[in-house]
Design a binder for this molecule. Structure first.
Ligand code: NAD
Ligand code: MG
Length: 394
């Protein structure tokens, strides 16, 4: 029996890599739904190749013409939807077995949560959704007996290093520590006094990974590792102090688990997201991803170093947010999304990103995150605070 897949964010970097892997296994997967924000041209191309039952296009102007464009191209079997509720609708369709959550940012929270509540296989790339909703998301997964498979390369690596039959959300008792690797991004060795002037394109030129612009900036500030630290605490039920961030510039080891007997298990591979994507799509089996075998002689060396919190204040802020708990990770995430958006638009300096986040966090107390409504309110309030702060900057 083929499995039905819904790809939330099919036109992004993860979405495109997912379709690349899915296309290698037409005997195992059938594409039920694809969703995009604004890139109607790519969504059209994807629809013609994968013939989904549903295509969701959020941009309302483009969504109006989209059925006619599909028809003109000879595809009449795809139903076009628009509006944010459509994302939730396609994520819970009975014919959908697996949902790839690959929308970037808070916009992915409600459809990803809906997929978890519907008991789907949730392939989680959208780390912001988990960071925001934290224990509530994990409870929804447990309640609905959903299967949560991490796509973030580090978390997928950790998952692979966990004991057999491990399920996300439980604590592997014999696991003492997680070693969460980080490439260090494009500015690992840039003199600190030059960071003030870096441009969005420089920040997005990641040395090892080809990714969307938001996560690329997060990698440059290391907020990406901060969000991943929070993600790891939730997925593997560990305290922040049990997770050590390790800079490993080659990005060949994707993370490690340290066991009480002194065994350390690592997962390695070329830095290509099709590896974790194929792992999660085939789980608990394995199948081909299209990624070349790892050539250790070409890699030569693997290096490791401790992160420098003075260079990467965002990482310190993330530790602070997860220790505070409650709504604070959602506040951190919201302020970061605003700061990165403004930086990418050329309206905020790179070095001002952590200041925006720190200021915003100071405006909130870590109230309990006891409902999704409460989290969405905190998210909206933090966005307002972050914008107000940026607007009064000289
Ligand atoms: P991207 O910017 O390339 O793609 C984002 C996708 O989300 C696009 O399909 C876009 O249409 C859709 N989208 C954007 N805003 C939306 C909105 N408001 N409503 C609905 N859809 C919207 O991003 P990406 O690099 O593919 O990253 C996606 C997620 O995966 C992020 O959460 C990122 O942190 C995570 N992730 C990415 C990588 C990577 O290698 N790219 C690695 C690990 C984790
Ligand atoms: Mg990652």
């Amino acid at each position: 029996m083929k499995k039905g897949i819904c790809i939330l964010g099919s036109t992004g970097s993860i979405g495109v890599s997912t379709l690349d892997v899915v296309a290698r296994h037409p005997d195992q997967y059938r594409v039920v739904a694809l969703t995009a924000n604004k890139n109607g041209d790519l969504l059209l191309e994807q629809c013609l190749q994968h013939r989904p039952d549903y295509a969701v296009l959020l941009d309302t102007a483009q969504a109006q013409d989209f059925p006619a464009r599909l028809q003109a191209a000879g595809l009449t079997s795809t139903q076009v939807l628009s509006g944010t509720e459509a994302l939730q609708k396609v994520a819970v369709l009975p014919e959908v077995d697996a949902v790839m959550a690959a929308i970037v940012g808070a916009a992915g929270l409600l459809p990803t949560l809906a997929a978890a509540e519907a008991g789907k296989h949730v392939l989680l790339a959208n780390k912001e959704a988990l960071v925001m909703s934290g224990p509530l998301f994990m409870q929804a997964v447990a309640r609905a007996n959903a299967t949560l498979l991490p796509i973030d390369s580090e978390h997928n690596a950790i998952f692979q290093c966990m004991p057999a039959n491990y399920r996300a959300g439980s604590r592997a008792k014999a696991a003492r520590r997680i070693l969460l690797t980080a490439s260090g991004g494009p500015f690992l060795n840039t003199p600190l006094d030059q960071l003030h002037d870096v441009t969005p394109d420089q920040a997005c030129a990641h040395p090892k990974w080809d990714m969307g612009r938001k996560i690329s900036v997060d990698s440059a500030t290391m907020m990406n590792k901060g969000l991943e630290l929070i993600e790891a605490c939730l997925l593997f039920n560990m305290a922040p102090d049990d997770i050590q961030v390790v800079i490993h510039p080659q990005s060949i080891i994707h993370s490690l688990v340290d066991y009480v007997d002194g065994t350390v298990l690592a997962q390695m591979g070329n830095p290509d997201m099709r590896v974790p994507i194929a792992h999660a799509l085939a789980w608990p089996e394995r199948f081909e991803s299209g990624v070349a075998p790892l050539d250790l002689f070409a890699v030569g060396q693997l290096n490791f170093m401790a992160p420098d919190f003075a260079r990467f204040p965002c990482l310190r802020l993330a530790y602070q947010a997860i220790r505070a708990g409650g709504i604070m990770p959602a506040v951190l995430n919201a302020a970061n999304e605003i700061a990165v958006e403004w930086f990418l638009d050329g309206r905020l300096r790179f070095t001002q990103i952590p200041a925006v986040i720190e200021h915003t966090m100071q405006q909130f107390t870590a109230d309990a995150a006891d409902s999704i409504d409460h989290i969405l309110q905190a998210d909206a309030a933090a966005r307002r605070q972050a914008r107000d702060y940026i607007e009064q900057l000289p």
